[in-house]
Design a protein around this ligand. Structure first.
Ligand code: SAM
Ligand code: SF4
Length: 328
């Protein structure tokens, strides 16, 4: 039975589980050139600690987990953690979001360990532009990662692109074509004003309605029904079976049906991307609290989940920690 609910009647079934705040890229919309400060290793939850918290959260009602970061594949021995989590009875779905820089040699191992599916970030199909956006990423590694994810059966593979004015807005139809050629879904994200790059992100922001228009110049779109808890408005490309999604946390926010919680790499249960509200679970864990006592802490915190973000308000960036620190 799901016991994770809040004041607004929303039920939380989905956990974004960050396994590291480190990353081997420096995407311009996510962090500054010099990167974000890292937690020291002892502050990061061990696999055993993650496993225990996930077990408690699943007993309370979590059924879907997405492993993320930072870049989750820079966490050493990640397949071992996947193998520890995947047998949990309550888990209907275990997925991962990655920049795919290291995916190609690991895809099979992740599948064997019990990972169901994967989302891959790809913001440009031009190697030089990709290098500039990610400040050092190699497009060829990502393309190899996509191919290996497909051949390993980490399906459905979904591709994510953060859309930025003057940077990659000219490539959206080409990215749709790229996804169609591989039979995968592509999702376009509005850039959020998060972290120390939040103000630049506001300048590059393109709203969902405009993203749709840019794509429709080449591919007419038919809206598909909205599913509760989904963050994307899905579309079918007219005359085909291919689908795309547009994720609009800023212009058409989906907060009223939000079903997610976040567990950061340093063991903080975070209730919303846009607020610091949450509760530290690492200290109770390391102080030897019982499962029941930790469950109570989680239930009380979840009940206080904020109503929604206020990204659309033209104020300062609302949250000083980047997505890489929260678990995007
Ligand atoms: N490193 C992995 C990756 O890039 O896929 C996983 C973590 S990353 C924080 C998760 C997702 O958040 C990526 O698709 C990334 O493009 C997106 N993201 C990061 N910062 C963002 C921002 N300010 N606005 C919108 N999306 C953002
Ligand atoms: Fe790293 Fe992902 Fe942030 Fe890019 S978006 S810097 S790959 S955590």
């Amino acid at each position: 039975m799901n016991r994770l609910s809040d004041r607004f009647g929303r039920r939380m079934t989905y956990l974004r589980l960050s396994v590291t705040d480190r990353c081997d890229m420096r995407c311009v919309y996510c962090m500054p050139e010099e990167g974000e400060p890292h937690e020291i290793r002892q502050e990061i939850l061990t696999f055993e600690e993650i496993h225990r918290l996930v077990r408690i959260l699943c007993r309370l009602g979590i059924t879907h987990i997405r492993v993320t970061g930072g870049e989750p594949l820079v966490r050493r021995d990640l397949p071992v953690l996947i193998g520890m989590l995947s047998p949990m009875d309550e888990l209907a779905d275990l997925s991962l979001t990655t920049n795919a820089s290291r995916l190609s040699p690991m895809a099979e191992e992740l599948k064997t360990a019990g990972l169901n599916r994967i989302n891959i970030s790809i913001d440009s199909l031009d190697p030089e532009k990709f290098f500039r956006i990610t400040r050092g990423g190699r497009l060829s590694d990502v393309l190899a990662g996509i191919d290996r994810a497909l051949s390993a059966g980490l399906t459905p593979v979904k591709l994510n692109t953060v859309v930025m004015r003057g940077i990659n807005d000219d490539e959206l139809p080409d990215l749709v074509r790229f996804a169609m050629d591989r039979g995968v879904t592509h999702r376009f994200l509005e850039v959020m004003p998060l972290g120390s790059v939040g103000l630049e992100n506001r300048a590059g922001f393109i709203p969902a309605a405009e993203i749709r228009k840019i794509i429709e110049k080449r591919y007419p779109l038919e809206p598909l029904p909205f599913h509760y808890g989904s963050t994307a408005q899905d579309f079918r490309i007219a005359g085909t079976e291919a689908q795309i999604g547009i994720i609009s946390p800023v212009s058409e926010r989906f907060c009223s049906s939000c079903n997610r919680l976040r567990l950061t790499a340093r063991g903080r249960l975070q209730l919303c991307l846009a607020y610091e509200d949450g509760v530290d679970l690492k200290k109770p864990l390391r102080e030897g609290w019982s499962d029941d006592a930790i469950s109570d802490l989680i239930l009380k915190a979840a009940y206080q989940k904020p109503a929604g973000n206020h990204f659309a308000e033209d104020s300062e960036p609302v949250y000083q920690i980047a997505m890489s620190g929260i678990g995007g």
